[in-house]
Write a protein that binds this ligand. Structure first.
Ligand code: NAP
Length: 454
């Protein structure tokens, strides 16, 4: 199976990249290891200068990058431009803050003096998904390289042109040759790569099945991992919330990127007193979303990533409807293309139906009704996942109380869940472990070394 760039809107194949031979992967690994030996001694100041150059390249090439995303995985260009800008923001944020985060840190101890220093360890492998094909990779490579490590990327097999564009951006920014490279390996080659003593850690963002097989390979070889996996985020609205703002946020959170986001509001849990009002306002907004060619700047919703994803979403929706739910709008639109799915709103969803229990990775918003606070919390936690949650109320004490009871890595109050450079991001339960971004993200793959002078 090669790495194939396929346009889900036109159905055309845009390029095929063969899988690499073992020998080529070994050469890349060896040259990353050589580059690391020099890079680890490069000053943080210099590493941050390169980040600023990288941010500049992202800004200059934003249009081209957005078009690659649009034609390779269907992201509307308006959202691709925002993704490129967010990657630049990330580079600039670490450029500004990395020196402080990597500074030795004094600690009280029984010794005359004790401190912690943050040292790089070697090569880190990033295994990344297609849904935010730049942002997911940047939030892996920026802290990894800035902390002094080398990085290799195994991107999803359907976004090889995004992967190559990222390698070009890094090279053009002046990073040492070999320090960051893209690989096109098979899954078996990934497992043997993880067993190499040159590789010191693995960061995976993807599905739970990928997480469990990569975590098993890493565990067998005693390699540290960060796991950023799936989610089924609750979006809870109390009666005293600003309905207008909550509905607007629900639409963005659930439907941006054609609903293919780990932190999308995947279960809308609405208080009975405002349920009908919320449902009607939501439906009114959803039917106005513009579905179409992702290269058109006015498009809100492009095609899903591929036909298989549209079929899987259709299966989840059909089974949920068979279990008694009611479709208010949207659904698969074969007339517009085999990967096109119109944004859908679904009412009367049973708690045991796929739209309630499985990760729904597409533009479908299921509605649930609650009466008491404890019921809302119970529904929110009634999932294997624990990535994010959103709570809407004008009563901040209530919001904080609910936030404290929800088992997720992030809670957004009167806002929707999003990642940003300075805040740690990650999940609990089946959504994974470890953190990306912020100070926690840069420390994940560093040797937190304690030095004591007695
Ligand atoms: P996926 O199918 O699990 O793929 C993710 C990456 O893992 C790809 O590069 C894939 O490569 C690789 N992979 C899968 N199985 C592997 C194996 N056995 N050995 C080596 N590599 C393997 O996920 P996806 O469809 O791309 O992304 C969607 C999932 O990612 C959703 O569940 C979403 O919630 C999750 N996600 C989580 C976060 C987060 O931050 N928590 C962010 C974004 C997405 P191939 O393409 O070659 O299979």
């Amino acid at each position: 199976m090669a790495y194939v760039s396929y346009n889900p809107w036109t159905g055309k194949t845009m390029g095929t990249f063969p899988e690499m031979e073992d020998r080529e992967i070994e050469e890349i690994l060896t040259s990353a290891s050589e580059a690391f030996k020099l890079w680890r001694n490069v000053t943080v100041l210099r590493r941050c200068e390169l980040l600023i150059t990288l941010a500049g390249h992202l800004k200059n090439r934003r249009k081209e990058l957005a078009e690659i995303m649009a034609t390779e995985m269907g992201k509307p260009v308006s959202q691709g431009l925002a993704e490129a800008d967010k990657c630049a923001l990330l580079c600039n944020w670490y450029a500004e803050n990395a020196a402080a985060m990597l500074q030795p840190d004094r600690r009280p101890s029984s010794a005359r003096e004790s401190y912690i220093c943050y040292e790089p360890q070697g090569i880190i492998l990033g295994i990344m998904p297609w849904n935010f094909p730049f942002w997911q990779v940047f939030r892996f490579i920026v802290p990894a390289l800035t902390g002094g490590n080398a990085a290799l990327l195994k991107h999803a097999s359907n976004v090889p042109r995004c992967a190559m564009a990222i390698e070009e951006l890094v090279t053009a920014s002046g990073y040492p040759e070999g320090l960051f490279r893209v690989l096109f390996p098979t899954h078996e080659q990934v497992s043997s790569l993880i067993s190499s003593p040159l590789l010191r850690g693995v960061s995976l963002t993807g599905s739970n099945s990928a997480g469990s097989s990569i975590a098993a390979a890493a565990g067998k070889n005693l390699k540290k991992v960060v796991m950023e996996l799936g989610g089924s985020d609750p979006f809870i609205v109390f009666p005293d919330a600003s309905l207008e703002k909550a509905v607007e946020a629900a639409v963005v959170s659930r439907f941006q990127n054609c609903g293919q986001s780990c932190i999308a509001a995947k279960r809308l849990i609405i208080h009975a007193d405002i349920f009908e009002d919320f449902r009607e306002r939501l439906k009114q907004k959803v039917v106005t979303l513009k579905v179409g060619d992702p290269l058109d700047i006015a498009t809100d919703i492009g095609p899903m990533v591929n036909v298989r994803a549209a079929e899987e979403l259709e299966r989840q929706l059909d089974l949920t409807l068979k279990a008694g739910a009611k479709l208010l709008c949207g659904g698969r639109d074969l007339a517009s293309g085999p990967a096109v799915f119109l944004p859908a709103v679904v009412d009367q969803v049973s708690v045991s139906a796929p739209l309630a229990c499985e990760e729904v990775f597409g533009p479908v918003a299921p509605l649930f009704r609650f009466i008491s606070v404890s019921e809302a919390v119970k529904m929110a936690n009634n999932t294997l996942f624990g990535l994010g949650a959103s709570v809407w109320t004008s009563d901040e004490r209530l919001a904080l109380d609910v936030a404290g009871q929800i088992d997720t890595g992030t809670v957004a109050i009167n806002g929707f869940v999003k990642s940003e450079p300075g805040l740690p991001f990650g999940g609990v339960k089946d959504s994974g472990y470890g953190r990306e971004l912020g100070v926690e993200g840069i420390h994940e793959f560093l040797n937190i070394k304690t030095i004591s002078i007695f």
